[in-house]
Design a protein around this ligand. Structure first.
Ligand SMILES: Cc1ncc(COP(=O)(O)O)c(C=O)c1O
Length: 455
């Protein structure tokens, strides 16, 4: 039986960075990490054993090189610091280049992913009285974009193994006021877009793709963000194409893109007429300078992350009780902003994830449980129920039902006990030896799981 402790046979260990050539030559199936003085049959580092990895760091993030610093310096010296000063400044140039990379005609750059999503919501004409269904397993920015338009964010549960919005639960929550679906490509992998496209067609809904984590990721041969009506990206520092704070919007629908431009430009169109309600969300030229400095090499980093992620997955899938994120059929490249796994405590003698993470950290590999709780459990729910605009626009019955149906058990399970992930933008740019350290630490903790209770 899998959960029963196996004698330590050491078949899954792979060579590690610090051991060097001699140790590498010692890497023969059946051998442990002897040259590190850290045998898997020995003690967990958390209990005084030798860590799998020590005094080594993963590549840091955000990435920086001379191209980026030159680009910022050039912008500084040019005196063109705001997009309206020049049609050929860094913001319009970034928009053009990003649109080309994404295979669309237009892109609108804004100040954050949250702003991108809010702009898209407004440009689609969604507002008070309308409902948008999305995931509670995401950044608050997803939610904020709907709330800022004073529409109602209806949260559906996620699939426990893909961590993506569950189309069946979404369908149960569709009513006559539902106007849009906002699938989140969480962890930079594709949501179940085939199902969402079907639902959108059947119920006549817009699809706003929250691709804030999913730059250059693919599904059925298409880039995420180009599949629904509109796609939104974040360029916040931790993302794979960062500039501190930034966001972008893309769509095949050029009229919609023009409306997005107008919304984010305080309601003023490209032609200069002030037409509608809109915040001022324009990206500034320094942010775009940072982005432009990365464009020539960003796909190289994307390829390294995918190579490393595929390697990790090929090994981790054989470690009991740790399941790499389930991917839907048709998933191509991932963005690998995050590399996520599901921890099954049953195979670790029932030990809670916190001890598992502590043991791994002591081995030199820090994984994160990601968000502490789903957005369905945050204070905004009660808060909006007390807001006049919501009380005016939605019936008391609807608001009561909205509160009663804020139930997402899979999100709770992920938050409380199952999610373990790597912040991957930098770390997944590491060497294969770095990846081996991750695999070896996971393997060591599994093989020594009988010690976890003492951690
Ligand atoms: C899935 C998701 N949506 C929206 C956002 C909001 O983006 P930003 O932080 O750029 O506003 C983020 C940022 O982390 C995100 O991960």
């Amino acid at each position: 039986m899998k959960s029963k402790k196996k004698p330590f046979t050491r078949r899954q260990f792979v060579k590690t960075t610090s051991v060097g050539a001699i140790a590498a030559s010692q890497f023969i199936p059946g051998f442990a990490l002897s040259s590190q003085g850290s045998t898997a049959s020995g003690k967990l580092a958390a209990l005084g054993g030798t860590p799998v990895r020590s005094n080594k760091s993963f590549p840091s993030w955000p990435y920086s090189d001379e191209n980026i610093t030159d680009s910022v310096l050039k912008t500084t010296k040019s005196g063109i610091w705001c997009r309206i000063q020049s049609k050929t400044g860094t913001v319009p140039t970034f928009e053009k280049k990003y649109a080309e990379m994404m295979g669309v005609n237009k892109c609108v750059a804004v100040g954050s992913g949250t702003q991108a999503l809010h702009t898209a919501v407004e440009a689609l004409g969604l507002g008070p009285g309308d409902e948008v269904i999305t995931s509670p397993y995401t950044d608050p920015g997803t939610l904020s974009s709907i709330l800022s338009a004073r529409a109602l964010p209806v949260l559906a549960d996620v699939d426990r193994f893909s961590f993506q919005l569950d189309p069946d639960d979404v369908e149960r929550r569709i009513n006559q006021n539902t106007k849009a679906l906002m699938p989140v490509h969480i962890m930079g992998q594709a949501a179940n877009m085939e199902r969402f496209l079907e639902l959108a067609k059947k119920h006549n809904l817009f699809i706003i793709e929250d691709a804030c984590q999913a730059h250059f990721a693919k599904y059925q041969g298409k880039l995420l963000g180009t599949i629904g009506d509109v796609g939104c990206f974040s360029h916040q520092s931790s993302k794979v194409l960062p500039c501190g704070e930034g966001g972008s919007i893309i769509s095949h629908d050029e009229n919609l893109m023009d409306r997005c431009f107008t919304v984010q430009n305080h309601g003023t169109s490209r032609l200069g007429s002030t037409e509608t309600i809109g915040p001022k969300y324009r990206m500034n030229e320094f942010e775009a300078a940072v982005l432009l400095g990365q464009i020539p090499t960003v796909m190289e980093r994307h390829a390294i992350r995918n190579k490393n992620a595929n390697y990790l997955t090929s090994k981790i899938k054989d470690i009991p009780g740790i399941h790499p994120q389930k991917l839907y059929e048709g998933t191509g490249d991932g963005s690998y902003y995050l590399y996520a796994m599901n921890y099954d405590k049953k195979l670790y003698n029932g030990v809670h994830r916190s001890k598992f993470l502590k043991a791994l950290a002591a081995e030199g590999i820090s994984l994160s449980p990601y968000i502490k709780k789903g957005l369905h459990k945050e204070l905004w729910v009660e808060n909006i129920l007390n807001r006049r605009v919501y009380q005016k626009m939605y019936t008391p019955q609807r608001l009561q039902q909205f509160r009663d149906e804020m139930v997402c058990p899979n999100v709770d399970t992920l938050c409380e006990e199952e999610m373990v992930m790597i912040w991957a933008s930098g770390p997944l740019l590491g060497t294969q030896d770095d990846m081996d350290d991750i695999i070896n630490a996971l393997t060591k903790v599994y093989e020594n799981r009988d010690q976890l209770n003492k951690v």
